[in-house]
Design a binder for this molecule. Sequence first.
Ligand SMILES: *Cc1c(COP(=O)(O)O)cnc(C)c1O
Ligand SMILES: [Zn+2]
Length: 438
Amino acid sequence: MAYRAVFRCVEGCPGEWPLDEVIYECPTCSGLLQVSHDLEALKDKSAAAWIKTFDERWMSRVWPYGSGIWGKKEWVAPHVRDENIVSTAEGGTNLFWAERYGKSIGVEDLWIKNCGNSHTGSFKDLGMTVLVSVVKQMIADGKDIRAIACASTGDTSAALAAYCATAGIPAVVLLPKGKITTAQLVQPLANGAKVLALDTDFDGCMALVKKLAKEEGIYLANSMNSLRLEGQKTVAIEIVQQFDWQVPDWVIIPGGNLGNVAALGAGFDMMLELGLINKKPRICLAQAERANPLYRAYKAGWDTFAPITAGETEASAIRIGNPVSVHRAIRALRKYDGVVEQATEAELAEAAAAADRAGAFTCPHTGVALAALEKLVARGEIKKTDRVVVISTASGLKFTQFKIRYHESRIPGVVSQNANVPIDVPNDYDAVRRAVLG
Ligand SMILES: *Cc1c(COP(=O)(O)O)cnc(C)c1O
Ligand SMILES: [Zn+2]
């Protein structure tokens, strides 16, 4: 059976385009395209047979199935030939049982999906492996593509640069100057990307990279390009697989450009349609209060969405005021009985620190999701016995300055309830002893 996927307009205009065509928007309505799979073809295998296949491939040594993405290849990008796959064995990240933190806030069955334990330290690897593999195949098939480019709040550019360097494809990244962490800046530099630091914000970089893609034959890697969402959606499948195909009650995810919450919904959609699950989780999308356009729309009953200028937040990867995927995010949230919550700087910093105290090592975006969790538990929307998964989107190691400033009580407006700083001790046994026992 030949599996097949094509681009189609998300708004339902007629037409379909192959996944190796350079096209980002619907020619009729200029809306986004989505990857649409031939579900009838995928139904040639029963749900039980897909489960068996996915379980056999989990962490497999057989190329390319050891990757969490390519182990689900038929559901992601069936047209990519194995020789063109550019993979760093992404996916398959652990679920951390946040037992002590969960109990401290009133939930017993709390799990953190550690997507930051990945090649470039964020969940952006999940989608980038798909996009760069598709482009590698396009180049192999004779398409004229000079480079791949993206605008980024830090993690997309790190992933793009690493996968392009692995494949030998030139990468160009447009970053808002001074608004990403040192680690995030060093990553694309080390991987040899052309790095442009612009005197604007993410939304400004986005406008420019779109123009570059339109006019210069440079392939666009931002999430308006739906190929990435096909990889990102596997996080939903992995979570269910890691619970032996049981669906959690809640999934909480931080969001900026909002492609990932849409992808999360798409992953659950496919499992429902192909019969692997028969229950829906509820989804909570968490935003930083200073970059909260979706929260505002949610509070207004979804009817009006207005872009904002996003303010400065420690959760720099979600500092986005005009999210590209807002409409598909709203659709996904409505379908999964979704809620939107927000977190202030103090709330995200304290939640991140509290989880760290109980064994996690969270990035500020994960802090936003944890703060949202705390609010939902406090108002009884999440029950004590609910199984909750918080998607941790990046490694805390990319955000050490945030952690240092927290522990040194240097974040404005934050008390730092869990501050912990090194104790200076002279090179002397008695002094060491007093410090240890004191
Ligand atoms: C990209 C990113 C997000 C948000 O994903 P969107 O699809 O833009 O909503 C959250 N956290 C981190 C660390 C990210 O890099
Ligand atoms: Zn259209």
